[in-house]
Design a protein around this ligand. Structure first.
Ligand SMILES: Nc1ncnc2c1ncn2[C@@H]1O[C@H](COP(=O)(O)OP(=O)(O)OP(=O)(O)O)[C@@H](O)[C@H]1O
Length: 237
């Protein structure tokens, strides 16, 4: 069996200054190619879980392994490298760099990661060609690629952010409420494009949203309050 992309074991995490655990998760695994929809009410810890998965936060107890490496065993710089090598992130607010072209925004992970650069070049002939491939796969016409992100619609910017997450075929794509700025039709279309693109890239997808209507499109659904024993503790308190 291949190494799971994400393994969470005996995790307990409390925000600094808080006496209560935010997350207490016995086990949670994302296998290669899985598509997982994580939902739960506001404040239940969805973004915290993603930050732990991406090694942006470290738990006080337990282990979080990404592509077989425990984040805890890596220093800050090594965590940054491991993250850009193995994780593509679609942020709610896109986080596109306004002074770079659309194409150069998509190429950013390849600038920071030799592994992503190599994978993109292997797949597409060159990293640039591969970036173009993902932009086209996300339905963005070549005429838009030289524009700056501010000259694109919100929906188009969201798709640029998805293309950037996918370039260089990271093991895991993380998306935190990536559809909240889109209307209903564009939300469905975006999720379908993202799922198809992750399948094409061989990337697992960990997708967080309030919007339960999107859930059936995913291979697996996780209600975080059911997974999180800290939430159960709060409910009976
Ligand atoms: N930087 C922080 N410092 C301290 N506590 C925080 C911080 N960020 C989040 N929290 C707390 O951790 C808990 C979980 O927050 P989190 O953002 O993970 O929830 P969420 O499920 O993603 O919420 P939403 O759906 O509203 O984005 C909340 O009680 C929140 O107040």
């Amino acid at each position: 069996m291949s190494t799971p992309v994400l393994q969470v074991e005996g995790l307990r995490f409390a925000w600094p200054g808080s006496r209560e655990d935010c997350l207490d998760i016995a086990a949670f695994t994302v296998a290669a190619g899985d598509t997982v929809f994580v939902h739960g009410p506001s404040g239940c810890g969805k973004s915290s879980l993603l930050a732990l998965a991406a090694g942006v936060l470290l738990p006080q107890h337990g282990r979080v392994l990404l592509a077989g490496r425990d984040w805890q065993g890596l220093g800050r710089a090594a965590r940054d490298r491991w993250r850009v090598d193995h994780v593509g992130i679609v942020f709610q607010q896109f986080n596109l760099l306004p002074y770079l072209s659309v194409l150069d925004n998509v190429l950013l992970p390849c600038r920071f990661s030799k592994q992503r650069q190599r994978a993109a070049a292997q797949q597409g002939g060159s990293a640039r060609a591969q970036a173009g491939h993902w932009l086209a796969a996300m339905g963005l016409d070549e005429a838009l690629w030289s524009r700056q992100p501010g000259q694109l619609s919100v929906g188009q910017q969201q798709r640029v952010a998805a293309a950037r997450a996918l370039v260089g075929m990271p093991a895991l794509v993380i998306a935190d409420e990536p559809t909240s700025a889109l209307d209903e039709d564009r939300r469905d279309a975006f999720v379908d494009l993202l799922l198809a693109a992750c399948a094409g890239a061989g990337s697992a997808l960990l997708f967080v949203s309030h919007d339960r209507r999107l859930a059936p499109r995913f291979g697996r659904q996780v209600a975080l309050p059911e997974l999180n024993r800290a939430a159960a503790g709060r409910a009976v308190a």
